[in-house]
Design a protein around this ligand. Structure first.
Ligand SMILES: NC(=O)c1ccc[n+]([C@@H]2O[C@H](COP(=O)([O-])OP(=O)(O)OC[C@H]3O[C@@H](n4cnc5c(N)ncnc54)[C@H](O)[C@@H]3O)[C@@H](O)[C@H]2O)c1
Ligand SMILES: O=P(O)(O)OC[C@@H](O)[C@@H](O)[C@H](O)[C@H](O)CO
Length: 377
């Protein structure tokens, strides 16, 4: 079996590549990082270290291609692949879509494309970009034969500090859930993927607990001068805020999906323990990266806040506090953080928030966020 995976970064090598290798796939990684691509082609294998244990996994049968200057080879690889996956970041999906579209149009059999990005509807978004690249006559063919099942992917893989460009240290925990009904052809036999009829509860539970919680630690942690998620959570006021926020998102999730209250509380506690893992060092700047994306109306902070207001008719003050911290996030190395602070400098925090979310001045959540700037703590 052959797979093409776009994005040989932390989660690509540390999770998707590892599971594909265990399932005996021969995987071609497509990236723009020459150092990683060369190392993949030189060694054909790499090591995944499970943090806090002595266990390592060897990932073999891997190679690399550059999406910028080896386009024909990428298209050829896509045309022959049994499975295509991505973990490049939501904003990069439109850039890889033309190559995926050209490859898919060359193949004469069903196949599946799974975007493993932290967002609701990642594969559906990618499908939209791919369809923009093909002619009107080809669209129905592609629609009929190529599946774009949405997915939820969970494993914390921090930025790597090893000298070796391929070895990757990950937490032992993982979850990969894929929408079954959208798969075309046979269900891929990959141990570690759970296929479900309705992905929505899984992706929302993951995004609004793991990623919302992570954002609390990252934005309040950075605001208070901490470097890592673990350090941030050693501050009792941040830990308390994290619990407050996850109680608000938990209330929404339980109401929407009928999750058992005690089970959900256990899920929250497991996640907090994962954030506090002493064997992983995860920078607040990695977790807080892309603040404009994270402040978007459909993402981890604002979507559950809006749903909280709709469901309970009250303002989620804890989420509003974290949004205020996110709007104050500064990092000169992160282009979105630089752009955010430019918006804030020009028009103020609340205007920047309205611009990003398209919420009106009088919206209760805009008012709730406004009230939080006085005392971010
Ligand atoms: N790291 C995690 O803990 C984690 C967990 C779950 C999901 N995710 C999601 O996975 C995605 C990737 O995250 P990451 O942490 O691995 O980031 P990363 O920066 O480590 O990896 C992204 C990779 O994409 C490559 N890339 C950029 N532009 C490209 C292009 N045009 N063509 C091909 N490759 C390109 C980069 O060079 C990099 O190697 C994100 O959507 C993230 O939300 C990450
Ligand atoms: O990848 P992002 O930028 O959407 O979010 C940062 C982290 O919260 C994220 O990468 C988590 O580590 C991951 O989602 C855990 O499964």
């Amino acid at each position: 079996m052959k797979a093409v995976h776009f994005g040989a970064g932390n989660i690509g090598r540390g999770f998707i590549g590892a599971l594909l290798s265990e399932a005996d796939y021969e995987t071609t990684f497509v990236d723009v990082n020459e150092k990683v691509i060369n190392a993949l082609n030189t060694h054909g294998e790499y090591i995944v270290e499970l943090a806090g244990t002595d266990a390592t996994e060897k990932v073999n049968n891997v190679s690399g291609l550059n999406s910028l200057n080896e386009e024909d080879k990428v298209i050829e690889a896509v045309s022959k692949a049994d499975l295509i996956t991505t973990a490049v970041g939501p904003q990069i999906l439109s850039l890889v879509a033309p190559l995926i579209a050209k490859g898919l149009m060359k193949r004469g059999r069903p196949g599946n494309v799974i975007a493993c990005e932290n967002m609701i509807g990642g594969s559906t978004l990618l499908k939209g970009h791919v369809l923009e690249e093909v002619g009107a006559e080809e669209k129905p063919l592609l629609d009929e034969h190529i599946g774009f099942p949405d997915a939820a992917v969970d494993r914390i893989v921090p930025n790597q500090v090893q000298n070796d460009p391929l070895t990757v240290k990950v937490e032992p925990y993982y979850e990969w859930v894929v929408e079954k009904g959208a798969v075309k052809g046979g269900i891929p036999e990959i141990q570690g993927i759970t296929f479900v009829d309705d992905l929505t509860p899984y992706i929302e539970r993951k995004l609004f607990t793991v990623n919302t919680g992570h954002a609390v630690a990252a934005y309040l942690g950075k605001y208070k001068g901490y470097s890592t998620i673990k350090e941030a959570l050693e501050d009792p006021s941040i830990k308390q805020r994290l619990e407050g926020v996850l109680s608000e998102t938990g209330k929404v999730l339980i109401e929407k999906y009928g999750f058992d209250k005690d089970q959900h509380q256990k899920y929250i506690q497991t996640i907090i323990k994962r954030f506090e893992n002493p064997d992983l060092s995860d920078e607040v700047t990695r977790v807080g990266r892309g603040p404009i994306r994270k402040l978007g109306a459909g993402d981890r902070l604002v979507k559950p806040a809006l749903e909280y207001i709709d469901l309970f008719g009250e303002k989620p003050e804890q989420l509003a506090h974290v949004v205020a911290a996110a709007l104050s996030y500064k990092n000169g190395d992160d282009p979105e953080a630089v752009e955010l602070q430019k918006m804030v400098d020009e028009n103020g925090h609340v205007e920047a928030f309205k611009q990003i979310t398209q919420l009106e001045e009088g919206h209760p959540f805009v008012q709730a966020v406004h009230q939080q700037f006085e005392n971010i703590s």
